[in-house]
Design a protein around this ligand. Structure first.
Ligand code: 5AD
Ligand code: SF4
Length: 406
């Protein structure tokens, strides 16, 4: 989501006649687009702001803007004063950036309808913003607001425009993308429509409570949908899921995964897991490890709980010590990697049509993705957006290594 928001801002700035430079030292304007979901993101932004303040004092840099979720949080006012930031924007008023960079004032525009950079081989399309859940630990509903679904008409016309412009891979985006709905239509209806228009489709991030079996089956059945599901579970313990207000039990999650595995047997499954949430006992942690074994994730983002001001979990008892959280973090990560490595090794020898995402680096190695959603490293000069037929030669816990077939 942040990458896509940055893309929209990049587009505005390029339209205003600016060029993009790789180093702060060469810039007139710096726009820091930020994440607020965990404290380490904020720490990093502070570091950048310190460096930018020095460049501004030396007269090299003229203006600094802070955008994104930190911009939407109360903390941005403190940062603005401390670092003398010139413009602070939240996540809903990106259009205000136009004036800041010397473009004519734009009419108030619904941010998801601002175009991103076009002509790319792959593109994000925002279908909903915000979130109607209230997970105990999460700052997203505070900084991104309640759910707003973009109209199907507007989404499909953007998809058509992108595909006509040469985009071969469309990713539908939303905080709870599968919660999308409009006039009796639900996410699966939209996904099916998009899968008929775009040659390659994926979507993220889903919520288990919104995920319909119909959608899981569509992933398996529809040729243009990448067979990869990202479904954050957060914990394997029903007690924790309740404290977190996730709205489902571990058993229900397991059932969803069964449907997915059956619908897309060779597909890939990833998740998000939080360890060390207040109140988490050793027994809860064991339940998470058990769920990891049962679901055999192909990858997982594991996070240590980070207290966010303004969320329920920041003020409840049962704080888990850093040492315990670290131990649980490593255990969950190891369990995930063990399974992922085993599953990846089972792919050795397979012949796949690999979509090239990033062209060759200095060593000639490109990064691609199979239809099953596996990340692949391969030696090829093929341009991003093209397909290369390749045989998987070896595997690590995170990627497959393949050789193109001539
Ligand atoms: N602490 C740790 N992880 C968090 N996440 C969200 N909020 C927090 C927090 N306060 C994780 C969740 C979510 C992912 C995007 O970030 O796992 O799915
Ligand atoms: Fe945050 Fe996702 Fe929960 Fe919404 S559903 S509050 S975005 S973790």
């Amino acid at each position: 989501m942040n990458v896509h928001d940055s893309d929209r801002m990049r587009r505005m700035i390029l339209d205003a006649g600016y060029a993009e430079v790789p180093r702060y030292e060469d810039a007139d304007i710096v726009i820091l687009n930020t994440c607020y979901v965990r404290e380490n993101a904020v720490d990093r932004v502070r570091g950048h702001l310190g460096e930018l303040t020095r460049l501004k004092r030396s007269g090299r840099l003229k203006k600094v803007a802070l955008t994104g979720c930190i911009g939407a949080a109360e903390e941005s006012e403190t940062l603005r004063r401390q670092f003398g930031i010139d413009l602070v924007l939240g996540t809903h008023n990106t259009y205000e950036l136009a004036e800041f960079v010397g473009l004519p004032t734009m009419e108030e525009t619904y941010t998801p309808e601002l175009p991103g950079t076009e002509g790319g081989h792959s593109a994000f399309v925002t279908i909903m913003t915000g979130c109607n859940y209230r997970c105990s630990y999460c700052i997203v509903p505070t900084v991104r607001g309640r759910m707003v679904c973009r109209s199907k008409e507007s989404i499909l016309s953007e998809v058509d425009r992108l595909v006509e412009g040469g985009t071969g891979y469309v990713t539908l985006l939303g905080q709870t993308v599968d919660a999308w709905r409009q006039d009796g239509e639900r996410f699966c209806d939209l996904l099916e429509a998009v899968s008929e228009r775009a040659p390659r489709v994926w979507f993220t991030t889903s919520h288990p409570s919104n995920m319909e079996d119909r959608t899981l089956r569509a992933i398996g059945e529809r040729e243009t949908i990448v067979k990869r599901l990202h479904l954050p579970v957060q914990s394997g313990s029903d007690r924790m899921l309740k404290i977190m207000h996730r709205g489902y039990k571990a058993e229900r999650y397991r059932r969803k995964i069964e449907v997915f595995r059956e619908a897309a047997p060779g597909g890939t499954l990833s998740t998000d897991i939080i360890v060390g949430h207040p109140g988490e006992t050793e027994e809860d942690h064991e339940a998470t490890l058990k769920l990891v074994e049962d679901c055999q994730f192909d990858s997982a983002y594991v996070f240590k709980f980070s207290p966010r001001d303004g969320t329920e979990a920041a003020n409840i008892g049962g704080v888990v010590s850093q040492e315990v959280a670290q131990k649980r973090f490593v255990e969950v990560l190891r369990a995930v990697e063990g399974n992922a490595f085993r599953r990846n090794r089972a792919k050795i020898g397979a012949v796949e049509d690999v979509y090239v995402r990033h062209g060759a680096n200095e060593e000639g190695r490109a990064i691609g993705e199979t239809w099953s959603g596996h990340a692949v490293h391969l030696k090829t000069g093929a341009v991003p957006g093209s397909y290369v037929r390749a045989r998987v030669g070896s595997a690590g816990p995170h990627v497959l290594y393949a050789e193109p077939i001539r």
